[in-house]
Design a protein around this ligand. Structure first.
Ligand code: TYD
Ligand code: MG
Length: 460
């Protein structure tokens, strides 16, 4: 028998309980519980099932074939091929894109810069809750943005902004930043989880109903999460992170989630006097200013989506002054480093027990694919034994627990990129050689099946 019962649901976090509470035990918000009528039914197993009273009509259910095809998906070019690539081939009409990054990394600069190109055929509404219209004008002057189609709105009332968007239907909307937006009906302060989530929901609704693409800028807080952790990521269509190191002018744009494309692609930019400049040839940039004839360095080739990128791996292994030695890995998985050190110890007798180990991937790149194992192992070997790896050598391959070198994907593309940048010797997994025609390459290819063979192939 079905019986009517009340259920109380927190409007801030969705926590459900049978009794009304003044304060939500889950998210800690005050006065957020609302009553909801539910029907409790006995199901076959004897357990009870809870469902809301209303049900859907037959017309709400669609057969897959009845749904309009997505082939007429409209994409805008942003004028920056690095950004288009990360977006999966341009900005999709009606999509909500979150651009996250630390304050000062260049989010506003990037979005203002694309206005010049996007403004050729579309009107743009740039909503800023952070800077005044005058400040934006000054920045636009500096970036050489002077399109007639750019409109600035220095306000932060999300509901009023959405109404304006629905009324004026601009081609593209930029919200800078979500932490400054607020809905007056919600009592919590700007930047709080509730405000951020509700504002994002509102913009999502507007993006879909008005069919306008909206960029939302979100600052990443100290913990590395976009403020209001995870509350926006599941709502928006794409999450892009803008990353970089303070002391370097290079910035890497990475897709964390993308409903319209791959999340493997990266875009590389350089911050210069007049804004962000695209870096179409990141390998060259990452390898510039490489030290010569120094131990502990080896060049790796990582695949970032469809693009091979060469990066320098540096290792420093020194005697530790402490009883528990330090291990740090910047741009490489910490646990993977332990694994490689264990393989070096067990299979080659290179003991690192009393030694500090530091790994750094130059240029702020993150190497998170197994192909980076071998160059890391070579850099470690080079630092421990003080033998230099030749400058013209590149290596890639996965290191197995038995000390074997396993094959990796995209060997051809990696070799071509190394060849293009003037490398003369490549150490690759032997198993990969079968499908490779060595004569087609201008680079010496050495296939190795164990980590020991790889070290022997360095020469000297
Ligand atoms: P900004 O886009 O304001 O960062 P965010 O919106 O992510 O907080 O970037 C600000 C930084 O960029 C600032 O520290 C100065 C630097 N910058 C340049 O180096 N060149 C430029 O042309 C511009 C506009 C900014
Ligand atoms: Mg900004």
């Amino acid at each position: 028998m079905a019986k009517q019962k009340s259920l109380y649901v927190c409007s801030a976090c969705g926590y459900e309980c049978a009794k009304w509470n003044g304060r939500c035990p889950d998210c800690g918000e005050w006065n957020t519980f609302e009553e909801k009528d539910v029907t409790i039914r006995k199901v076959a197993s004897g357990k009870t099932a809870v469902s809301t009273v209303s049900s859907y009509n037959d017309s709400d259910i669609l057969a897959l074939s009845e749904i309009d095809s997505v082939s007429n998906e409209v994409r805008y070019n942003t004028g920056m091929s690095e950004l288009d690539r990360v977006l999966g081939g341009g900005l999709v009409k009606g999509s909500l894109v979150l651009l996250g990054g630390e304050p000062g990394i260049g989010k506003s600069t990037l979005l203002l810069q694309i206005c010049q190109f996007v403004g050729k055929n579309n009107t743009i509404l740039y909503v800023s809750g952070e800077e005044s219209a005058r400040q934006i004008k000054l920045r636009a002057n500096r970036l050489g943005v002077n399109t007639e189609n750019l409109y600035i709105l220095a306000k932060n009332d999300a509901e009023a902004i959405c109404e304006t968007i629905a009324k004026t239907t601009p081609g593209v909307v930029i919200i800078d930043s979500i932490q400054t937006m607020c809905i007056n009906g919600i009592s919590s302060s700007q930047g709080s989880i509730t405000q951020v989530r509700e504002c994002t929901n509102l913009f999502m609704h507007t993006a879909k109903s008005v069919e306008v693409p909206i960029f939302i800028v979100g600052h990443v807080n100290k913990d590395g999460a976009i403020a209001g952790p995870k509350v926006m990521e599941h709502i928006v269509d794409a999450v892009l992170y803008f990353e970089g190191q303070r002391n370097l002018s290079y910035r890497i744009l990475r897709a964390e989630k993308n409903r319209f494309g791959s999340t493997n692609e990266i875009g590389v930019f350089e911050m210069v006097d007049n804004g962000l400049k695209e870096v179409p040839n990141p390998s060259q940039m990452l390898l510039s200013a490489r030290p010569k004839n120094v131990s502990g360095c080896c060049v790796a080739c990582a695949m970032e989506g469809t693009r091979p990128i060469l990066a320098e791996v540096q290792a420093l292994v020194t005697k530790s002054a402490f009883s528990s030695p330090r291990r740090t890995a910047d741009g490489f998985d910490y646990n993977r480093l332990y694994l490689i050190l264990a393989v070096l110890e067990k299979r080659l007798g290179l003991y690192c027990g009393g030694l500090d180990v530091f790994i750094n991937i130059v240029g702020g790149l993150k190497l998170d694919e197994p192909a980076a194992d071998l160059p890391i192992a070579m850099a470690l070997y080079s630092s421990i034994t003080d033998k230099t790896v030749p400058d013209n050598l590149i290596a890639f391959g996965e290191v197995g627990l038995a000390g074997e070198i396993r094959s990796v994907s995209h060997i051809r593309q990696r070799l071509l990129e190394a060849q293009r940048l003037g490398f003369e010797k490549a150490i690759v997994p032997k198993t990969a050689l079968a499908e490779l025609d060595k004569s087609k390459f201008d680079i010496e290819i050495v296939g190795v099946s164990s980590i020991r063979q790889a070290f022997d192939a360095i020469g000297k």
